[in-house]
Design a binder for this molecule. Structure first.
Ligand code: NAD
Ligand code: 3PG
Length: 331
């Protein structure tokens, strides 16, 4: 019987031609769960055991899922994306499961999306559209973004792309990253500052750090309180980097001017009070996915799976290198 590879994300099921050839050339067969939505933990527990690898979206690879699937031969969780906070890395490493990601495949998509949110807020897009659709003619003075200060928190691949677009819009770019590439920032007009100073000075605070214990709710009542009342928060990183009740209070009481949100603590967000505010523009965690980046993310994940199941170690893509010896001893 051929090894089975789960293609977990519903949006990737119709681009089999992108990732399929590498996986099938490696001797495996593709398994489609046939669900239109993101798989739940219970659904993963049903479909993943018996598969050697999963081409993974943002579904929850919990300790329970990994233990059950590893016991039945799972060896690879390959994220078709960048963030891997939905995978319990410690559990994967303990069970000899290699976790890979696809760095550098979606930064231009996220940068375009970040400016979609910024421009929608600056130009009152949703209010004007809804006002006209309701029979009104809601003329408002727009905010320029040229000449304003863009604050980028997290200056990795996405933060750098966002900074570049901001400079091209005529913005002053400031930023903070505990591991900043200071030579790159100096050469590209990005002024590095302590995090609190970015909150104080920016007209737009844009979040591009990973979801880590250290970054959890780093946007909270204290840091929102440092922002100018005319400033906006943009979150295309992860919902958990923002304390949502504190953001709601800041927006409701006009402590800050507005927010553009692509990500939420829970997705879909359900009865989240942020959804009731008219100074918020929202999208459904789509910043990283456009017709170009989707293929790049899926192709990289398919290639990572093909290499790992044929015994080639893709060092640049494995996020838990400590698993190597255990992975190889599983044969
Ligand atoms: N909304 C989406 O569709 C979408 C798409 C892609 C990525 N993302 C999110 O964006 C994140 C960043 O992606 P990337 O490709 O730029 O990753 P990256 O690893 O290239 O960059 C992340 C940067 O954040 C920095 N950082 C770490 N902790 C920080 C902190 N506490 N404060 C400030 N900076 C910190 C790191 O030093 C690094 O330079 C991903 O982890 C993912 O969660 C979201
Ligand atoms: O981390 C990422 O790269 C993005 O969030 C896109 O991945 P997703 O659409 O599977 O969440």
């Amino acid at each position: 019987m051929k090894p089975r590879v789960l293609i977990a994300p519903a949006p990737l099921q119709d681009i089999e031609h992108v990732y399929g050839p590498a996986i099938t050339a490696a001797g495996a067969e593709l398994v489609f769960p046939g669900k239109p939505h993101q798989l739940s933990e219970a659904e993963l527990l049903e479909v993943l055991p018996g598969c050697v690898a999963t081409l993974a979206g943002s579904e929850p690879y919990t300790r329970a899922v990994i233990a059950a699937a590893a016991a039945k031969g799972l060896k690879v969780i390959a994220r078709a994306g960048v963030g891997y906070d939905a995978v319990d890395l410690a559990a994967a490493t303990e069970h000899g499961v290699a976790v890979t990601f696809a760095p550098g495949t979606n930064q231009e998509s996220v940068a375009e999306h970040t400016f979609t949110l910024i421009l929608a807020l600056a130009r009152h897009l949703i209010r004007q559209h809804n006002g006209i659709a309701a029979g009104g003619w809601p003329r408002q003075t727009n905010r320029p973004i040229r000449g304003t200060v863009l604050g980028v928190l997290g200056l990795g691949r996405i933060g750098k792309a966002v900074a570049r677009v901001g400079r091209n819009f005529g913005m002053t770019v400031i930023g903070h990253d505990p591991y900043a590439d200071s030579a790159y920032c100096a050469a590209n007009g990005i002024e590095l500052l302590p995090m609190d100073d970015v909150f104080r000075r920016a007209d737009w605070v844009s979040l591009h750090m990973p979801m880590l214990p250290e970054s959890r709710q780093c946007v909270n009542a204290r840091t929102l309180g440092l922002m100018k009342p005319t400033a906006f928060l943009i979150n295309t990183a992860r919902g958990g980097v923002v304390c949502e009740p504190d953001l709601f209070d800041a927006l409701k009481n006009n402590r800050i001017a507005g927010a553009g949100l692509d990500v939420f603590e829970n997705e879909p967000p359900g009865a989240n009070p942020l959804l009731t505010l008219d100074n918020v523009v929202m999208t459904a965690h789509t910043a990283g996915v456009d017709l170009l980046s989707r293929d790049d993310m899926a192709r990289a994940a398919g290639e990572a799976i093909a290499r790992l199941i044929t015994g080639v170690w893709p060092a640049d893509w494995v996020v838990n290198p400590a698993v190597k010896a255990a992975f190889e001893s599983r044969g």
